[in-house]
Design a binder for this molecule. Structure first.
Ligand SMILES: [Zn+2]
Length: 196
């Protein structure tokens, strides 16, 4: 018996690139609906993706599992990732109706390009140029206002997830020549530095 068939909730399927739902602008959540059982299914489905060993995500947007709502979640707890990035752990956090503002003073051409991946484009990764600092305002699951200032890795995760709410995938803004299969991680580096 594997873990999936035990007590563990079977995670919903993560939609893959090519599914039209990933290309829609997600609908705002009515703040009057927070907290409420109406969103319980969405939240529990999103939690199930984070709990599954088969979907090792750091971030997830509700549209990726077929709920066209402006809800994102993120969690940065993988020990290897924390060590590699020298960052503090972030427990699973939900943000409703997030509004992201880039606070990085550097011009876009100076933003660093780093490899990104996405459960909607499984087994691939590519370099994406992102701002290093952002501010995100939104609501928590109790409907309380939240303002978050994030830098580095977390800032990039937040930009990636908020993009999903606009129907954007990282493959839309990646450096196409850096696109590679996971099996070539640590094997080849064909990315050529250039400004866009
Ligand atoms: Zn994604």
């Amino acid at each position: 018996m594997n873990r999936i068939s035990g007590w563990f909730k079977r995670p919903p399927a993560v939609l893959r690139a090519g599914h039209p739902s990933l290309r829609l602008r997600a609908e705002p959540v009515n703040p009057a609906d927070l907290p409420t059982h109406k969103l319980a299914r969405v939240v529990s489905d999103m939690r199930a993706v984070f709990a599954s060993p088969y979907t090792p995500v750091v971030g997830l947007a509700a549209p990726q599992i077929g709920h066209p709502l402006r809800i994102i979640a993120y969690r940065v707890e993988d020990a290897a990732l924390l060590k590699e990035r020298k960052i503090a752990a972030v427990p699973l956090t939900f943000l409703v109706n997030p509004v992201l503002t880039i606070t990085d003073r550097a011009p876009q051409a100076k933003w660093a390009a780093e490899y990104e991946s996405c459960e909607s484009v499984p087994q691939y990764n590519a370099k994406v140029r992102r701002a290093n600092e952002v501010k995100v305002e939104g609501l928590d699951l109790d409907g309380e206002k939240v303002t978050l200032h994030a830098q580095g890795f977390l800032a990039k995760v937040l930009q990636h997830e908020v993009d999903h709410l606009e129907g954007r995938l990282y493959i839309d803004i990646m450096d196409p020549k850096s696109f590679r299969h996971d099996k070539y991680i640590d094997k080849y580096e064909v990315y050529a530095t250039r400004s866009r």
